[in-house]
Design a protein around this ligand. Sequence first.
Ligand code: GLN
Length: 197
Amino acid sequence: MKIGVLALQGAVREHVRMLEQSGVEAVPVKRNHELEGLDGLVIPGGESTTISKLMHQYDLMEPVKEMGRKGRPLFGTCAGLILLAKRIEGMEGSHLGLMDITVRRNAFGRQRESFEARLDVKGVAEDYEAVFIRAPYISEAGPEVDVLSALEGRTVIVRQGPFLGASFHPELTEDHRLHSYFAEMVKESRTEKTNTV
Ligand code: GLN
């Protein structure tokens, strides 16, 4: 089993390390042929419009969308979450547009550009340390979306089938429980694949 980390912007090495600590093989991905044979993909944080532009430039937007349509697990963190969303407040259209959610960018206010918080994550972890940097939150989630965590009433972690989204940077602490949860999702999706063949 092999999980890719989109390596266009953001803390790629940290994501790779977290996945390795969760006991899975992880590789940075920059070219679209490197997507072949991957069982899942992490889309790191950074700046969503920049990552989106680079994805078009490197011919990665369609192939990643296709991965998602095929039911391969994707994990978007911070800007990566924005890329996964079907709706972005104040913007026409979307990027990957795979999750039935609306996101609000830079949503925690200027005075709180970056901060840490402790979260309870449904079915995943209690007292989980999360680092928020110019973070978005999920302002609306469709009926098929499972809300896994909220901070002060604002949704910050969601799952919809094979897609997992977090509005913070789970790669910047020593706590790899969310990466382990994603690795589990990838394992399960592989089992399902084998069972249906
Ligand atoms: N504010 C960024 C955006 O809108 C996301 C911030 C991040 O990924 N840390 O794309």
